[in-house]
Design a binder for this molecule. Structure first.
Ligand SMILES: *[C@@H]1O[C@H](CO)[C@@H](O)[C@H](O)[C@H]1NC(C)=O
Ligand SMILES: *[C@@H]1O[C@H](CO)[C@@H](O)[C@H](O)[C@H]1NC(C)=O
Ligand SMILES: *[C@@H]1O[C@H](CO)[C@@H](O)[C@H](O)[C@H]1NC(C)=O
Ligand SMILES: *[C@@H]1O[C@H](CO)[C@@H](O)[C@H](O)[C@H]1NC(C)=O
Ligand SMILES: *[C@@H]1O[C@H](CO)[C@@H](O)[C@H](O)[C@H]1NC(C)=O
Ligand SMILES: *[C@@H]1O[C@H](CO)[C@@H](O)[C@H](O)[C@H]1NC(C)=O
Ligand SMILES: *[C@@H]1O[C@H](CO)[C@@H](O)[C@H](O)[C@H]1NC(C)=O
Ligand SMILES: *[C@@H]1O[C@H](CO)[C@@H](O)[C@H](O)[C@H]1NC(C)=O
Ligand SMILES: *[C@@H]1O[C@H](CO)[C@@H](O)[C@H](O)[C@H]1NC(C)=O
Ligand SMILES: *[C@@H]1O[C@H](CO)[C@@H](O)[C@H](O)[C@H]1NC(C)=O
Length: 551
């Protein structure tokens, strides 16, 4: 095993502070520690260890004070300005060929430093920041029990607040007909979990049913998978509405392919594959991968107001060059006015592994109401000319507040950020790989602003060991007592305080430690028997003490 200390060392830089940390900017610290006018600073560095055992796993990070093993991102940048925010993604292994050391959801910085990992690692999809009751929350889906159809799921949605407390668990019970062997009582699917301004949530759901497909070359009792848009009241869990694709979209719009010989339940045809829902006002935008189309649906009546078809354009008239789409994901409508809107997609252009058609981030300028005389215009067709990716499934595209575009390539384990004028694919500002291409995946990936402070205190361990290279400038010892501290999810903490003493009741402030990456390591040189670290978030005026460790 080649185990190299911190490739982040160059990012976070060796820090053996010459001057005391500026505590003046931290009023909380000043109030508590003003009797230490010349508080000493303790040298520190990032403790991350990268395990590169590539024959078995994609390179992953390990820590002393926290058990998670997130992927080591392989990052390239062109040096131009990046948008604000943290990465939200969920490495998994859709194809079964991936090598993620840990299937879980993660929040990281653009530099690949862990910010938060779910402490109970599990397969998840669609982790993203949303707003509930005016407050930021993040949400993600997990399956419940065994699943029998690849690509769809039956499970629950977790709503987590900025203290990392799960405040709601959404388990819609529609008594759907599920795949054989699926025991989940919860009927939310993995693809969409969209919180509306009315504090309700739209989720996708899939129901197996028999349908007459003779008009499209099938039989009278073929098993199909109906796609549902389900609106749930978040607080009560009550189901408010169910919209069925089978009820509204003719089966002849599906590109799923209908065999002539009859379809058993175990092979039920996924006619629509609804994979995104967005509400705005009285409408919802529903995207169906298998009809290559997106529908604007009246939330009250269920009527389809308009359709944009990825090949013909549907109600909008012919699509521009490079503006057609197939097998698409993550339809989002933005910048909506009475006469215009922008529609964005992750345009897979693929539906099976190994197929070669470059997936793009697509932005179309629409005229409203739709009129074939003023067809859509191409705003962006984002792709990396030097790294064309053919994502056969999954994916997401979003615009950041500075105009940059952020894309998660779904079944290709990579995320990219493009400049605002990247239509030609020449301004790829940042690219990060987290598993082998064609192996691991993340259903979607987002870059979003998030501030969190966990209710749990910092995690702190002490070990005798070799002094890491990053600390060699501040001690001549080769071995020392080392403290390792991390605080899973604390986004706005820049330093810790070290306390120590001869007994647990006599803890004196010993110095400030600058936070270095997810986990900070520092030498404990003082003659004390008990140590403890304290973390504080100056913006929230909150301080939390770790457990006391006996040396
Ligand atoms: C890689 O990991 C596997 C599984 O943990 C282990 O058996 C193997 O010895 C490791 N190989 C190296 C080179 O570390
Ligand atoms: C990391 O990215 C660089 C640049 O894209 C690439 O050349 C290299 O092969 C990647 N490393 C791995 C382990 O995939
Ligand atoms: C689902 O079944 C349960 C138990 O039989 C029942 O209480 C519930 O009302 C049903 N829900 C719907 C939406 O039919
Ligand atoms: C689900 O399908 C079953 C038939 O398998 C049908 O009886 C039931 O009404 C459907 N449920 C919904 C919510 O469409
Ligand atoms: C598709 O089905 C709809 C509704 O059954 C029908 O009106 C339409 O003519 C069909 N389109 C084609 C191309 O067959
Ligand atoms: C369409 O894409 C191709 C390939 O990237 C490019 O050469 C061409 O200029 C694009 N056309 C338009 C109208 O954007
Ligand atoms: C969409 O609106 C935002 C402001 O809400 C603006 O910053 C952005 O440039 C607009 N996007 C386009 C493509 O016009
Ligand atoms: C230094 O620490 C390592 C790891 O804990 C240990 O194996 C080694 O014996 C120590 N060396 C000395 C000189 O104490
Ligand atoms: C390390 O040893 C050198 C040579 O003895 C000495 O000059 C230096 O001050 C020592 N540094 C520390 C941090 O103890
Ligand atoms: C943390 O410990 C220090 C030193 O014992 C103490 O002064 C402080 O009040 C403690 N803070 C909390 C929040 O318990």
């Amino acid at each position: 095993m080649t185990s190299t200390l911190s490739t982040f060392a160059s990012l976070t830089a060796l820090l053996c502070l010459q001057a005391p940390l500026s505590l003046a900017s931290n009023s909380h610290h000043v109030r508590h520690h003003n009797h230490h006018a010349r508080a000493s600073s303790i040298c520190a560095t990032s403790a991350v260890n990268v395990v590169d055992n590539s024959t078995t796993f994609w390179p992953f990070q390990t820590f002393q004070s926290f058990g998670s093993t997130p992927p080591q991102l392989n990052i390239t940048t062109n040096g131009k300005e990046l948008g604000d925010g943290l990465l939200f993604f969920s490495p998994g292994s859709e194809s079964g060929q991936g090598k993620p050391k840990e299937v879980n959801n993660f929040i990281m910085t653009s530099a690949g430093e862990l910010v938060w990992a779910n402490p109970n690692p599990r397969g998840a999809t669609d982790i993203k920041v949303q707003t509930l009751d005016g407050e930021p929350v993040f949400t993600y889906y997990t399956p419940v029990g065994p699943q029998s159809f690849a690509g769809i799921g039956w499970g629950e949605v977790h709503v987590v607040d900025k203290t990392y407390t799960e405040i709601y668990t959404i388990c819609p019970q529609l008594n759907l007909t599920k795949g054989d062997g699926v025991t989940s009582i919860c009927d939310s699917d993995l693809h969409e979990h969209y919180i509306t301004p009315e504090n309700t949530m739209y989720v996708t759901a899939f129901n197996l049913t028999q349908w007459d497909l003779t008009s499209v070359g099938g039989t009278a009792n073929d098993w199909v998978i109906d796609a549902l848009a389900v609106e749930v009241d978040i607080k009560s869990g009550n189901i408010l509405s169910v919209w069925s694709a089978l009820d509204h979209i003719p089966t002849n719009q599906s590109h799923a392919g209908v065999p002539k010989t009859g379809v058993p339940k175990s092979g039920a045809i996924d006619l629509y594959h609804m994979n995104s829902i967005q509400s705005y006002g009285d409408y919802m935008l529903i995207n169906c991968r298998h009809t290559w189309s997106t529908y604007l649906v009246n939330r009250k009546t269920g009527e389809i107001e308009w359709t944009i078809d990825g090949q013909t354009g549907g109600d909008f008239g012919s699509l521009p060059a490079n503006g057609t789409f197939k097998w698409q994901h993550h339809a989002r409508i933005t910048n909506v006015s009475a006469t215009e809107a922008i529609l964005t997609y992750f345009n897979n252009d693929n539906n099976q592994p190994g197929k070669v058609a470059v997936s793009t981030g697509l932005a179309l300028q629409l005229t409203l109401p739709p009129n074939p005389k003023t067809p859509p215009k191409l705003l962006a067709s984002l792709h990396d000319a030097s790294d064309p990716l053919n994502a056969w499934a999954e994916g997401s595209t979003m615009q950041l507040s500075n105009g940059n575009w952020f894309m998660g390539y779904g079944s290709s384990a990579i995320m990219k950020e493009y400049g605002p004028d990247a239509a030609t694919g020449q301004d790829v500002r940042w690219s990060a790989q987290f598993d082998s291409i064609g192996g691991g995946d993340s259903y979607r990936a987002f870059k979003q602003v998030w501030h969190g402070l966990p209710t749990i205190p910092p995690s702190f361990v002490v070990a005798q060991g070799e002094v890491p290279a990053g600390l060699s400038g501040c001690t001549n010892a080769t071995n020392a007592t080392l403290g390792y501290v991390s605080w899973n999810g604390a986004t706005d903490v820049s330093s810790y305080s070290l306390y120590g003493g001869a007994s647990e009741d006599d803890m004196q402030f010993l110095g400030a430690i600058r936070k270095m990456g997810f986990e900070t390591v520092f030498p404990i040189t003082q003659d004390v028997s008990y140590v403890m670290v304290s973390g504080s978030d100056p913006t929230l005026n909150v301080e939390r003490n770790s457990t006391v460790v006996k040396i």
